[in-house]
Each structure stands twice: as structure tokens, then as C-alpha cells.
Design a protein around this ligand. Structure first.
Ligand code: FAD
Length: 393
């Protein structure tokens, strides 16, 4: 494994980190308070800098960049002070809202939708979760019934990132209830399809710059050419997407680095008992532990990117280990940052409190921490065995 970066990659990192520092970081407090996504002008500049869906092949408007390029770019964005919420929505559009089209779409679908996502004209989303099915995602209620040359969808999707702002999206629905997960299909919907509407924006404690809502499909008409990958392929589309999402969460390493940089500066300039708090072992050890987690997370995620870029498919175990480790490390990092800042850490003018609120959500989205542990345990000891319990009294 070789994780050394090229000159071009270093230039890319520098460009993105500067952009985030100058154009995004000054907006993050307002975005967080008002629960708004990046302004359209900033989104457009990101498209002009070829930052959106840049892994998409050139024939569909992208740059065909590597998994490592994507990882280091988004890490740089977060390290420069770009908030996790904007990264979540960015990734929901050009990651989980796109990868299903790229990997399972036909030529017509790719040509119709991918260039718009790359140019920033289309914001996408991925709609799997429902009010009554989260971790048990394939136990969904949304139904799609074929009628002539279209499908009629009925159901509600819950917690959908970019729900309030999406132009298109991928939605999962049951087409054959007798087949379990093999009876689930995926569709590309557009915001103007009859019968589609959005629920009201969900008011969240964190990731507030990432708009979230319910999506409602009420006798929604989806043309048959928008079926993705054929009937019954929905679970495969969803698994490809979730695998991608967990790998993509490496962006949060940049937030851990951003917090460490803030803490380092603060520890050197904040004096108590006549000396900088960075002299105290309690503070120094917190900084050291933050660094350990950053380095460990980097190697886990860089290895994942290396596997993808060398055409090896990361195992479910690999992505679950990455996601589980990162989510806990991020929460621990944000917690340490608040402690180092003391009372100022909980004040809204200091960004560490936002990281703390945002971090918890990384533990939940894309499959909770518990679900990742379940998958890791299954890879170790196999599925849970059915046993007949004998009671002796
Ligand atoms: C901000 C945000 C953005 C999101 N964006 C999207 C999106 O864009 N698209 C989308 O489809 N979904 C999205 N989600 C939904 C997310 O994927 C789900 O919230 C997540 O999968 C958990 O589902 P749930 O919230 O229904 O919790 P539940 O599944 O009800 O879980 C509740 C608790 O039970 C535990 N639990 C459940 N089952 C098991 C088990 N078998 N073993 C051990 N513990 C278990 C969980 O770990 C958790 O602690 C988003 C969620 C949030 C909060």
C-alpha cells in the first residue's frame, strides 16, 4: 500500500482547503443558526472548480477522479472549516444520490441525470428510510405498482438529506411483496412528477446546514424508463449506495483535524494559573488522543480508497470497521474539544460546539453504530444461530 500523494493531489488539497476557509467557514455559523444549505453562488463556484461528482467519468461531465482524490478533497474541505452539514448534503447529492445511477443506471439515465449533478444544476438525494423502517430498512411500506408505461408510487420516506432542496432523487419501493428484499426496486424521481411532495423541514440539533425532510409519494407517477437496474434490483442499489456512503464518511477526519488545530491554538493562548493551559497534562493528553484517532482513521480510510483505486472491492467488514471507528472517534474528538475550550466551548461563537452536535449524527446516518457492530460480529462469528432454549426451572 502506498499512500503518498502526488504534486497534483497536494495542489488539489490546497485549493479546496483555501476555498473552504475563505468562502465557506465565514458562513457556517449563520447556516447552522438558520438551518440553511450553502448559498447557490457558493454551490455554483464548487461546480466551476469541478468539485461536484468529480469521480463521475468524463463522458458524463465529471473528471473521473479516484476514491483517494475524493477522500482528500472532502477532508481538506472540513479541515479548512467547511461544516459537516454542508459535506453531508454535498455527499447526499453527488454521492448517495448519484452512485446508484452511475453503477446501475442505463446509458439513457446516466446521460440524462449525471451531467446536471456534476454542473450543480441538479441536487439529488437518496430515499430509503421510512417512518417505521430505519435500521430494518428493507422492511419498507412504500409500494410501486406498474400501470401501463409507468409506476404508481405510494409511501412516505423519512429523514431524507436534501429532501427540502432536491431536484431529483433515488427512491426505493416494493414492487413484489412476496419476494422480501428481492421484491424491492429503485426509481429515479423528479421534483415535478405528479404526486410528489415534501414534508416540512425537520428541525435537528446538528447537521443543521444540511436540510432534511420527509418525502411524500401519493399516487406519484414515475415513468417506466426511470426504473433503476430492473425490477427487484433495489436492494442491490441500496447496498451499493450504503457501502459508498460509509466509505465516503472519511470526510469527517477533516473535522477532527480542524478541531485539533483550533484546540492547539486555544491551548497556547488561554492562560490559567499564570501559564498556558497547553502546559497542563490533562490538556496535552487530550490533544495527543485527538491526534491518535486522526492518524488511525486516516489509515483505515486511506486503505479503503486504495482498495477501490486498485480495483479491489472493500468487504462489508472493511466499511463497517471504518464507519464504526470514525463515528466514535469523531464524537470523542468533539467532546475533547469542548473540554479544552471549557465554558467558551459551549458558546455559539466558537465552532467546537457545532462539531459536537454534528458528530452525533454521524453515528446514526448510513447505518447506526450498533448496526455496524452487528455486521462486524457477523463477519467474525457468522449470523446469529437459532437455538431452542431449554429452561430447567
Ligand atoms: C440527519 C440525518 C440524515 C439522514 N439522511 C438520510 C438519507 O438521506 N436517506 C435515508 O434513506 N435515510 C437517512 N437517514 C436515516 C438514517 O439512515 C436512519 O436514521 C438510521 O438508519 C437509523 O434508523 P432509525 O433512525 O429509524 O433508528 P432505529 O432503526 O429505530 O434504531 C433505534 C435504535 O435501535 C438500535 N437498533 C435497531 N436495530 C438494531 C439491531 N438489530 N441490533 C442492535 N441495535 C439495533 C439502533 O442502533 C438505534 O440505537 C438520516 C438520518 C439522520 C438523523
Amino acid at each position: 500500500m502506498d499512500f503518498s500523494l502526488t504534486k497534483e493531489q497536494h495542489q488539489l488539497i490546497e485549493m479546496v482547503e483555501d476555498f473552504a476557509r475563505n468562502e465557506v467557514a465565514p458562513l457556517t455559523r449563520e447556516m447552522d443558526e438558520n438551518q440553511t444549505f450553502l448559498p447557490p453562488g457558493v454551490w455554483k463556484k464548487m461546480a466551476d472548480l469541478n468539485l461536484l461528482a468529480s469521480y463521475v467519468p468524463e463522458e458524463y461531465g465529471g473528471l473521473g477522479l479516484s476514491a483517494m482524490d475524493i477522500l482528500i478533497t472532502r477532508q481538506a474541505w472540513a479541515r479548512g472549516g467547511g461544516c459537516l452539514g454542508s459535506l453531508l448534503s454535498w455527499g447526499a447529492s453527488d454521492g448517495i444520490g448519484t452512485v446508484g445511477i452511475l453503477k446501475h443506471g442505463n446509458e439513457q439515465q446516466k446521460k440524462k441525470y449525471l451531467p446536471g449533478i456534476v454542473s450543480g444544476d441538479l441536487i439529488s438525494c437518496f430515499a430509503l428510510t421510512e417512518p417505521d423502517s430505519g435500521s430494518d430498512a428493507f422492511n419498507m411500506r412504500t409500494r410501486a405498482v406498474k400501470k401501463g408505461d409507468h409506476y404508481v408510487l405510494n409511501g412516505t420516506k423519512m429523514f431524507i438529506t436534501n429532501g427540502p432542496i432536491c431536484d431529483i432523487g433515488i427512491v426505493l419501493a416494493v414492487t413484489d411483496p412476496s419476494k422480501g428484499p428481492l421484491g424491492i426496486s429503485a426509481f429515479i424521481f423528479e421534483k415535478d412528477f405528479p404526486g410528489f411532495s415534501r414534508g416540512k423541514k425537520i428541525d435537528k440539533m446538528g447537521m443543521r446546514s444540511s436540510p432534511t425532510s420527509e418525502l411524500i409519494f401519493e399516487d406519484c407517477i414515475i415513468p417506466e424508463e426511470n426504473l433503476l437496474g430492473g425490477e427487484g434490483m433495489g436492494a442491490l442499489v441500496a447496498n451499493t449506495t450504503l457501502h459508498w456512503e460509509r466509505t465516503g464518511m472519511g470526510f469527517a477526519i477533516g473535522t477532527m483535524e480542524y478541531n485539533l488545530n483550533l484546540c492547539k491554538e486555544y491551548a497556547l493562548q488561554r492562560y490559567q494559573f499564570g501559564e498556558p493551559i497547553g502546559n497542563f497534562q490533562a490538556i496535552r493528553h487530550r490533544l495527543a488522543e485527538m491526534k491518535i484517532d486522526i492518524e488511525a482513521a486516516k489509515y483505515l480510510f486511506y486503505r479503503m480508497a486504495w482498495l477501490i483505486d486498485t480495483n479491489q472491492i472493500p468487504a462489508i467488514l472493511d466499511t463497517s470497521v471504518c464507519k464504526a471507528f470514525l463515528s466514535k472517534a469523531l464524537v470523542k474528538n468533539a467532546d475533547a474539544a469542548i473540554s479544552i475550550f471549557g465554558g467558551y466551548g459551549v458558546c455559539s461563537e466558537y465552532p467546537v460546539q457545532r462539531s459536537y452536535r454534528d458528530a452525533k449524527i454521524i453515528e446514526i446516518g448510513g447505518g447506526t453504530y450498533d448496526i455496524q457492530l452487528n455486521m462486524i460480529a457477523t463477519a467474525i462469528v457468522g449470523p446469529r444461530q437459532k437455538v431452542k432454549k431449554k429452561y430447567s426451572g
